[in-house]
Ligand binder design. Structure first.
Ligand code: HPA
Length: 283
């Protein structure tokens, strides 16, 4: 995607979406690998738009990502669910990876909820654990805001002191407590992928202060924050990061990642529903 057409790309995408929606969405949710089934929770006023109907949205190339936009009411809140995301490792540039975040902002969304399957690095993290991301380390080697600046899309040098909204994180922990659901804080390291990390890379990430590692989330979080939305992100630990499993011969596979995400993902769905139900702050 050409940088100087970014604003036009956002406009073209929202034109394809907006006329389908009875009311502006207030929350957008990006579903990570294996978590797509959470879109089934939207039943009321449900509208489904396939990504191939939206200019600039590419068909997903990874198993576990459906490639459609689901709009509807979740606990009475109009939400926009991205069932499938674009990854840097698929060969997309970061403008494409972050187009859904820009589109959400342009549609008036105030809160962007990102979800991701991750490898656990911090001691004490186990398969199936759910984490609320408190901060990130961008190891992708690129920033989605690089390029010619367009004032209409946000600041040139946005502050990133609090990418993940402290008030919303607090509310997430409250919602988790109401559900009796263990939720941990985690710092997310984003790697470019698509190979999983080596054990030496995992030791490096741990030394840098990362608790979980994944191949997504951070570009979208940067753009969402720079676009003025509040950001909340949840990491599902689907496996021990490379070299950290009890069994030294344990291989990390995408199939296992999808399986664990599917199995443990219901709790994440419950948490998001509870969060919207108990704490949604009216405009
Ligand atoms: N590393 C990177 N990304 C991942 C992992 C991992 O171990 N598990 C799920 N996504």
């Amino acid at each position: 995607m050409l940088k100087d057409t970014l604003y036009n790309s956002v406009q073209a995408a929202i034109e394809a979406i907006q006329h389908h929606l009875p009311a502006p969405p207030r929350v957008a949710i990006v579903l990570g690998s294996g978590l797509g089934f959470l879109a089934d929770r939207v039943i009321h006023n449900r509208i489904v738009i396939d990504y191939d109907q939206i200019p600039g949205f590419e068909p997903p190339t990874v198993e576990g990502h459906a490639g459609r936009l689901v709009y509807g009411d979740l606990e009475g809140v109009p939400v926009l669910i991205y069932q499938g995301r674009f990854h840097y490792y698929e060969g997309h540039d970061l403008a494409t990876v972050t187009l859904p975040a820009r589109v959400a902002a342009a549609l008036g969304v105030k809160l962007m909820i990102l979800t991701a399957a991750t490898g656990g690095i911090a001691t004490g993290l186990a398969q199936g654990d759910l984490c609320c991301i408190s901060d990130h380390i961008n190891m992708i080697g690129a920033n989605p805001l690089r390029g010619r600046h367009d004032e209409r899309l946000g600041k040139r040098f946005p502050d990133m002191t609090e990418v993940y909204s402290q008030p919303w994180r607090h509310l997430a922990f409250q919602a988790a407590a109401m559900l009796n659901l263990p939720l941990k804080n985690a710092i997310y390291a984003a790697m470019p992928g698509p190979s999983y990390e080596t054990p030496a890379e995992v030791r490096m990430l741990r030394a840098l202060g990362a608790d979980v590692v994944g191949m997504s989330t951070v570009p979208e979080a940067i753009v969402a924050r720079a676009s003025g939305m509040d950001v909340l992100a949840f990491a599902m630990v689907t496996n021990a990061a490379a070299g950290l499993a009890d069994d030294p011969n344990m291989e990390i596979t995408h199939d296992d990642v999808l399986e664990v995400a599917k199995h443990s993902g219901q709790r994440l769905g419950d948490l998001i529903v509870k969060l919207l139900n108990s704490h949604f702050i009216p405009k």
